[in-house]
Design a binder for this molecule. Structure first.
Ligand code: TXA
Ligand code: MG
Length: 321
């Protein structure tokens, strides 16, 4: 399949939106990560997403919309908490609500709830408004790979496999949205993200944490994720001691501290503050694949706020917790 590249001027976005309306697949930038979109009302198009990504079909998709009013078409009831969350929508927050029957089972993997998000990135927002329909979209990576935060990452994974890719800017946040379940009466974080626990607690009072490993409430959280090709280990102690153990191997090291290292080591410094760690994490994981390292050693990410989300993705990539 020939993949068409669309720029972000409005006539190109209109063409990309037409592809969605005709049942095709288009990858598009958002402030979190790039998404792979299909019309959320066309089951056959939604099924193509699962096929292209190699995604298990018990893992539901988020519906992306351009304006808040579209929620009323999709959600059976709007819990009162929504009025306090409006300030995060548009933004990197997905709310899980009881769904109307109009939402196909293919989107929700048969659940009676649906995840809904309004991206704030201007090209995404313009594109979604042009689509008019809700756009079902997971992250635009092959399942199991780190989520794409640049146009180049999407090309790496999906060129030749989808109808179109919108060539937008680098994703500013760099981690997927916070998923908040509002369908049970107890607001529950199913996936941490840039809308942090502290921000949600300030808006809503008490907020719970969901998923227990065996029965995760966000089905996607049970799968191996973000895996770079080489094994990744999170190092709690002195990283220099750990590096010494891999003498003779091609080592990749992911750092938050300013440590200078000697020798033939592939280094990724995640940045100087938690926002930068979030922004750079997936790019760093993909870099280690291209550097063909045998092993990756990462410093641990501690702290609250967005660090909770960075740590969540890091441990999933390491698959060691
Ligand atoms: O930032 C994001 O959320 C990106 C961009 C493209 O918007 N999308 C994204 O989609 O990360 P995906 O499919 O890679 O992750 C969606 C997560 C999965 O863990 C899925 O199980 C969960 O949201 N999810 C979706 N619908 C759900 C529902 N009805 N109930 C519980 N979890 C749901
Ligand atoms: Mg994903």
């Amino acid at each position: 399949m020939k993949t068409v590249i669309y720029d972000t001027d409005s006539s190109s976005l209109e063409k990309a939106a037409q592809v969605i309306k005709n049942g095709g697949l288009v990858a598009f930038p958002t402030e979190t990560v790039y998404g792979l979109g299909a019309c959320g009302f066309m089951p056959q198009s939604v099924n193509k997403i699962f096929k292209v990504k190699g995604r298990p079909n018990d893992n539901p998709l988020i519906l992306h919309i351009g304006s808040y009013e579209q929620i009323y078409d999709l959600a059976l009831e709007i819990p009162e908490q929504m009025s306090k969350l409006k300030k995060f929508m548009p933004g990197p927050l997905t709310v899980v609500l009881k769904r109307k029957d109009i939402v196909p089972d293919e989107v929700t993997a048969g659940l009676n709830t649906v995840g809904i998000r309004i991206p704030s990135q201007p090209d995404a927002n313009a594109f979604l408004k042009m689509c008019g329909v809700p756009v079902a979209a997971p992250s635009a990576n092959i399942s199991g790979r780190p989520s794409p935060t640049t146009f180049g990452h999407v090309v790496e994974d999906l060129d030749g496999k989808v109808d179109g890719i919108i060539r937008g800017e680098v994703c500013s946040v760099g981690l997927e949205s916070t998923v908040l379940d509002l369908s049970t009466g107890e607001p529950t974080i199913l996936r941490p993200g840039a809308i942090t626990r502290e921000m949600l607690e300030e808006a809503l009072g008490i907020v719970y944490t969901g998923g227990d490993g065996n029965r995760p409430k966000a089905p996607g959280m049970k799968y191996k994720h973000y895996a770079p090709k080489a094994p990744l280990y999170v190092v709690d102690g002195d990283i220099l001691d750990e590096i010494a153990k891999y003498n003779g191997k091609k080592i990749g090291v992911m750092l938050t501290d300013n440590i200078s290292l000697d020798g033939d080591i592939a280094i990724q410094h995640l940045g100087n503050n938690p926002q930068e760690y979030a922004h750079n994490l997936f790019k760093a994981l993909r870099y280690f694949d291209s550097a063909k390292v045998d092993v990756i050693l990462s410093q641990d990410i501690k702290g609250d706020g967005i660090c909770e989300a960075v740590r969540n993705r890091l441990y999933k990539a390491a698959n060691n917790r």
